[in-house]
Ligand binder design. Structure first.
Ligand SMILES: Cc1cc2nc3c(=O)[nH]c(=O)nc-3n(C[C@H](O)[C@H](O)[C@H](O)COP(=O)(O)O)c2cc1C
Length: 373
């Protein structure tokens, strides 16, 4: 029986428990992607709070793959000392840190990236702010190489693992989805072709870091969109990666256009609404031999233990750690009350407007307490 505080190993990376901080854009980098000391302090708090594995907010592998402001860049060696300070901060508290690598593809604007955004096909879908340009073979080769270069830098800078962001409607997901991939060459059409870009990115990353370094992927079990990636194709992609010795698959679901089934659902206020991607993760769990992480709406130990009992290997959370960076420590010490996050998504706003995310509810309540006191 899996226990939450088991120590486990993923391809040589030892983790002190089964809690993962899922990738969370923090908005704490300069415009060019250089991390600020505020980001090191954010990771330091999470590591001190006992999270087993911290996955960074998405880091762009090329400037034309940027999206939100304040996102980290791993496209250049210029930020080496700043990025090394992040990994050192985590290691000094006995934690482990994985960088999430992304290219936003068509899910960004020309204003953000200084050119027409690139995507598998020139189609305007719900999650794209504008119509992107279709990628040429040269664009494809260049981005695949950029993922490899980013992974090589990450290993050099002390990260314990890398994760490919293949979920939430970003470029790799755009290739997987029939909605955004309408190509007629070897990258489009049947599922094996739609998986080709993901596989080539994975191989480029694996070649850059070698066989003994953990490479993870965050995959949508479903895009929750009519005509988008479905669980059948997601299982196919997961099996391909498993055969090529991916080290773990984190299962999410949805894109920003998926209505009430986005990756970041609101109003998770009862156990029934928790763990909203656990079913998808369970289907992928049955199809692969590598560890599977589930993310989306985990809030209570009861539901978390249930997911472990159903075969999920790691429990990944984002918003609960924004409100309570020390949540794992709290639970370990015996305070088993559910995470205090109310899933309002208010945390995005200060990331956009104040140079970094924080829990707006926690801040308001702390101010009220201070005023009363
Ligand atoms: C502020 C914020 C930023 C996020 N940034 C990322 C990101 O960079 N990469 C990613 O894969 N998911 C990102 N997510 C989604 C989370 O990783 C997670 O999949 C989602 O929030 C559901 O988990 P939760 O209910 O534990 O928050 C973000 C979520 C939030 C709230």
């Amino acid at each position: 029986m899996k226990e939450l505080f088991d120590s486990t190993t993923i391809n040589g990376m030892t983790l002190r428990n089964r809690f993962v901080r899922s990738a969370t854009w923090e908005g704490m980098c300069e415009d060019n992607g250089r991390p600020t000391p505020r980001l090191a302090s954010c990771y330091s708090d999470l590591a001190a709070g006992g999270v087993g594995l911290i996955i960074t907010g998405y880091a762009f592998v090329r400037p034309d793959g940027k999206q939100m402001p304040g996102k980290m860049g791993i496209h250049t060696d210029d930020f080496a000392p700043d990025i090394k300070s992040l990994t050192e901060a985590v290691h000094s508290h006995g934690g482990r840190i994985c960088i999430q690598l992304v290219h936003a593809g068509g899910q960004t604007t020309a204003k953000t990236v200084g050119r027409r955004p690139l995507a598998p096909s020139a189609v305007k879908v719900g999650q794209f702010p504008e119509e992107p340009g279709a990628m040429t073979q040269g664009d494809i080769d260049g981005i695949i190489a950029a993922f490899g270069d980013g992974a090589r830098r990450a290993k050099e800078y002390g990260f314990d693992a890398v994760q490919l962001h293949a979920a939430h409607g970003y470029l790799i997901n755009q290739f997987l989805s029939p909605l955004t991939n309408q190509r007629t060459d070897g990258y489009g059409g049947p599922v094996e072709n739609r998986c080709r870009f993901l596989l080539e990115v994975y191989r480029s990353v694996r070649a850059a870091v070698g066989p003994d370094f953990p490479v993870l992927v965050k995959l949508n079990g479903s895009d929750n969109l009519e005509g988008g990636l479905d669980i059948k194709d997601a299982v196919y992609a997961a099996r391909l990666l498993d055969k090529e010795e991916i080290d773990a698959i984190e299962v999410s679901g949805g894109t920003s256009a998926s209505g009430d089934k986005t990756p970041v659902r609101t109003k998770i206020d009862s156990p029934e609404k928790e763990a909203y991607n656990a079913g998808l993760a369970g289907e992928i769990r049955m199809a692969v031999s590598c560890p599977v992480m589930a993310v989306g709406g985990f809030r209570s130990l009861e539901v978390i233990r249930g997911a472990l009992g159903d075969g999920i290997d790691y429990i990944s959370m984002s918003r609960p750690f924004i409100r309570e960076p020390r949540l794992v420590e709290r639970w370990k010490k015996g305070d088993h009350a559910p995470a205090r996050c109310i899933s309002c998504n208010g945390c995005f706003r200060p990331g956009l407007k104040e140079g970094g995310i924080y829990c707006v509810v926690e801040k308001k309540e702390a101010e009220e307490r201070a005023n009363k006191g």
